[in-house]
Write a protein that binds this ligand. Structure first.
Ligand code: PEP
Ligand code: MG
Length: 581
């Protein structure tokens, strides 16, 4: 028993934190219409500019506080907000309203905010709509200064070791709090792809988001346990629970020390089968860590990050610079670049889009469908990938494929891009391997056909489980049904691996299942040879695989295969438990 209040949200950044809660009380700016006298205009404009200057200074101070060696993307979040402070729509239009309409500064800013948000809401492109959050974050900062309600610095000084409890956090908050040594944070809103979640992972802060009303039972000052792996938060835990989690922290540290001894050793089973262990990354900055851990490659480079937190889609040059850097830093280690997978869960909560408002966003216009519908979003990415492929081994991977026609259309686009680049005299690589993600049951069932059309496949179990079992992967009400061991899911995985084996098409897995110690021996027994996972799971996976015997596992699998074929859950492999740490 925990002995206190327990709530579950979405664990978006791994690790356990124990610390006292600090509830962040943000003033809710209820701004009502207020007019000023004509002779107050100059003073009001000065007051507005002063607030803008103070907001700018505050953001610059935060920039200075970004720890050495922290990713440049972290600074980019703040730079975006600084640029917005200089943009006319935020800095000049309210001034015009003060001049011409005699509005008070707060009221002018509020009206301008509402107008901007409405424009963003009406935009077609999901990535452009992410800008709405940025507008709110920057406007709130200016309002804080206008209303002299900036949080007391001294209050924030006592944050070392605390767990922040907030409705939502801005990227700037996250950076600032990390600088002040917080142990973790919990928010009521936000999803795994929110800016704040991405930053938490980048900065290594354990975090749980999407706790909703459950967060109400957590109190300021209360001792909290935050489990960023499972998304669990426990308030006022009893001694026994505290001791148990405390031990998990120290065990985890000791384990990490032990696992580091595996760096440089091959991922080979006891009977000498060499496997490929690769990493999933979201930022080019993750590559250094991935290399340090000795990954055999990048099995999934999620490129959505390039599209987030900005006003315009990245141009070809920006794509190219990101991929060039990745390929060069990898120095010959292969990378699989997944083309953009925006839509559905990739903008949930913090960015309510037209798709998210649709009744079935996960079945809507996302990933490859969006690319085919909006080639202007996709072609620059394709061009950049082909250009970067001159510099090292690159593969292209298409998310969410469901039929061969999609693949053929993409192939035609690639051929066109090749012709264009050739005509323009731009250096590019021909014949870049093209693969597809098996994330939809239909694609798994049709895997033999995809094997004929593509150079490789990669099983995305996060979506495959979602679509097979009809459970929204980010809805915690149904998360108890998210079961990769469901016989239907296992059959689809088995069919895909088998199609690859029969046609000599490499099949990898890059969904979370591939890095989960509970499933690794089973996947090996099913014939999976390429595993791609979060970098911090690599060494643990290697340890498990090195303890497995593939021949023994294949033998044990015969019975399991029969069970799966009958629609029964697999019985445990003895080796799974033996080899699980
Ligand atoms: C997956 O669906 O398993 C996958 C790896 O893709 P993502 O999690 O980015 O949707
Ligand atoms: Mg997916």
């Amino acid at each position: 028993m925990s002995g206190g209040c327990q709530a579950t949200g979405i664990g978006v950044s791994r690790g356990i934190a124990i610390g006292r809660a600090y509830r962040l009380q943000r003033k809710c700016f209820e701004i009502s219409e207020r007019l000023i006298e004509p002779d107050q205009v100059e003073q009001e404009v000065a007051r507005f500019y002063h607030a803008i200057t103070s907001a700018r200074e505050k953001l610059r101070t935060i920039l200075d506080k970004i720890p050495e060696g922290t990713r440049t993307d972290v600074a980019a979040f703040i730079d975006t907000h600084l640029l917005m402070l200089d943009d006319d729509p935020l800095s000049e239009t309210p001034v015009e309203m003060i001049h011409h309409l005699h509005y008070a500064a707060e009221w002018a800013l509020k009206l301008q905010r509402d107008a901007l948000v409405q424009v963003f809401d009406e935009m077609e492109d999901p990535y452009l709509r992410t800008r709405k959050d940025d507008v709110d974050h920057v406007v709130n900062l200016i309002q804080q200064f206008l209303q002299n309600s900036e949080e007391e610095e001294e209050a924030l000084e006592s944050l070392r070791g605390r767990i922040i409890l907030a409705k939502d956090l801005t990227p700037a908050d996250t950076i600032l709090f990390r600088h002040q040594g917080i142990a973790g944070f919990i928010t009521e809103y936000g999803g795994p792809m929110s800016h704040t979640a991405i930053l938490a992972r980048s900065l290594g802060i354990p975090a749980v988001v999407g706790l909703h009303e459950a967060a109400e039972c957590l109190r300021n000052g209360q001792m909290l346990i935050l489990d960023g792996d499972s998304g669990t938060v426990i308030g006022n835990a009893d001694e026994e629970t505290l001791a148990r989690y405390g031990k998990r922290i120290s065990d985890g540290e000791a384990r990490q020390q032990r696992l580091r001894k595996l760096i440089g050793k091959p991922a080979t089973t006891r009977d000498g089968l060499r496997l490929r262990l690769m990493a999933n990354i979201e930022l080019t900055e993750d590559i250094a860590n991935t290399r340090a851990l000795g990954a055999d490659g990048i099995g999934l480079y999620r490129t959505e990050f390039l599209y987030m937190n900005r006003a315009e889609a990245p141009r070809e040059e920006e794509h190219f610079q990101a991929y060039r850097r990745a390929v060069q830093e990898l120095a010959g280690i292969p990378i699989t670049i997944r083309t953009l997978d925006l839509g559905a869960d990739k903008q949930l909560e913090e960015n309510p889009t037209r798709e998210a408002a649709a009744s079935n966003p996960a079945l809507g216009l996302r990933a490859i469908r969006l690319c085919l519908k909006q080639p202007q979003l996709f072609i620059p990415q394709l061009r950049a990938i082909l250009r970067a492929a001159v510099l090292g081994p690159v593969q292209i991977m298409l998310p969410m494929i469901s039929n061969l026609d999609e693949v053929r259309q993409i192939k035609a686009m690639i051929s066109q891009v090749e012709r264009d680049l050739e005509r323009e005299g731009v250096a590019f690589a021909r014949g870049v391997p093209l693969g597809g993600m098996i994330e939809i049951p239909a694609a798994a069932l049709a895997a033999p056909a995809f094997c004929r059309e593509l150079d490789f496949l990669s099983i995305g179990t996060n979506d495959l489980v979602q679509y097979t079992l009809a459970i929204d992967r980010v809805d915690d009400e149904v998360s108890y049904l998210f079961n990769p061991l469901h016989p239907a899911v296992l059959r689809l995985i088995q069919m895909t691996i088998e199609a690859g084996r029969l046609s000599n098409t490499p099949v990898a897995m890059c969904g979370e299942m591939a890095g989960d110690p509970r499933y690794i021996p089973l996947l090996l027994g099913m014939g999976l040879r390429e595993f791609s996972m979060q970098p911090n799971s690599l060494l643990e996976a290697k340890e498990i695989l090195r303890r497995c015997d593939s021949v023994e596992l294949s033998r044990a699998m015969e019975r399991i295969r029969e069970r799966i074929a009958r629609g029964e859950a697999p019985d445990p492999l003895p080796q799974i438990h033996h080899s699980t740490i």
